[in-house]
Design a protein around this ligand. Structure first.
Ligand code: C2E
Ligand code: MG
Ligand code: MG
Ligand code: MG
Length: 278
């Protein structure tokens, strides 16, 4: 009986693995058509200046409206797009879409509106031309590079390859700013922040979720803010959901907040209504 039970467990396991693999295969097939079929759209979430409550920065977050599954989360499909190489085309689409949108919003709400775009480390590493394509597109749109913030993750800096350093420098030469996303979750090294001339760090949600007076997470947030400010780096806290978290972050000297307390990511239309209301 014990032997049978073992065999059953084994077959449940392989069945589950097969389902996972099949799911990925089918998502990967569908991803191939998603761009042409216009199934992607961008959601926009405000990044709020904590001291004034003003909104000049907006993060663009991709959404996939799957014909059968409904909205598929980027956490599910971005890794597949990275493994299959489709991330390059998707990343370019996001860039163009976001750049057009910020151009329009600058016209409506003021020239100082900036859009934050997530850039996959896979695309960052692989594509040598993407940068010049992006810079050309900005010229075409007559949009200054300072309208764009590129969000990258710590892992990329760890590699410290010349190619990566040069790509980051090219952003800077074109006026594009750089933010380190999910800060504190990787193998962050303080020396990288200085070396790469980062403009913003985004404190990861995991530090914000359980913020409370006298908590170790609060001590960590305070330390990150202090360190960043000494290096001339601004700080954005992610995943701010409650007023208490917001108050503690303000007291810690944090510059910006992003999260459901202010707004969920919204369609461009809903985002405009949100801005008009606030
Ligand atoms: P991220 O860049 O760290 O984005 C923040 C995530 O936190 C978003 O999830 C956002 O919807 C969510 N969020 C915002 N406020 C709150 C809050 O108050 N509470 C909680 N619990 N969550 C909050 P989303 O949109 O599902 O995106 C997940 C990740 O997918 C992003 O993490 C980013 O790494 C990646 N991603 C999204 N859009 C793109 C894209 O256009 N290109 C690439 N390469 N990656 C993207
Ligand atoms: Mg991000
Ligand atoms: Mg993040
Ligand atoms: Mg992330």
């Amino acid at each position: 009986a014990a032997k049978n039970a073992g065999r059953n467990r084994y077959s449940y396991y392989t069945q589950a693995m097969q389902l996972v693999a099949q799911n990925r295969m089918s998502l990967s097939n569908d991803l191939h058509h998603a761009l042409a079929e216009k199934q992607f759209w961008l959601a926009y979430q405000p990044i709020v200046e904590l001291e004034t409550g003003s909104i000049h920065k907006i993060e663009a977050l991709i959404r996939w409206q799957h014909p059968k599954r409904g909205v598929v989360s980027p956490a599910e499909f971005i890794p597949i797009a990275e493994q299959t190489g489709m991330i390059t085309k998707i990343g370019d689409w996001v860039f163009r879409q976001a750049a057009q949108q910020v151009k329009q919003w600058q016209h409506l709400y003021g020239k100082d509106i900036q859009i934050s775009i997530n850039k996959s480390p896979v695309q960052f590493r692989s594509d040598d031309n993407v940068h010049s394509t992006w810079f050309e597109y900005l010229k075409e749109l007559d949009l200054p590079g300072s309208s764009i913030v590129v969000e990258i993750t710590e892992g990329l800096l760890m590699e410290a390859k010349d190619g990566i350093v040069n790509k980051l420098l090219a952003f800077r030469d074109n006026g594009i700013q750089v933010a380190l996303d999910d800060f504190g979750t990787g193998y962050s090294s303080l020396s990288y922040l200085k070396k790469f001339d980062i403009d913003y760090i985004k404190i990861d949600q995991s530090f914000v979720r359980n913020l409370a007076p006298d908590s170790s997470d609060l001590a960590l947030c305070e330390a990150m803010v202090m360190m960043a400010h000494k290096l001339g780096i601004k700080v954005i806290a992610e995943g701010v959901e409650t007023q208490e978290q917001c108050d503690l972050l303000i007291a810690a000297g944090c510059d910006y907040g992003q999260g459901y307390l202010f707004s969920k990511p919204l369609s461009s239309q809903d985002f405009e209504s949100f801005l008009n209301r606030s």
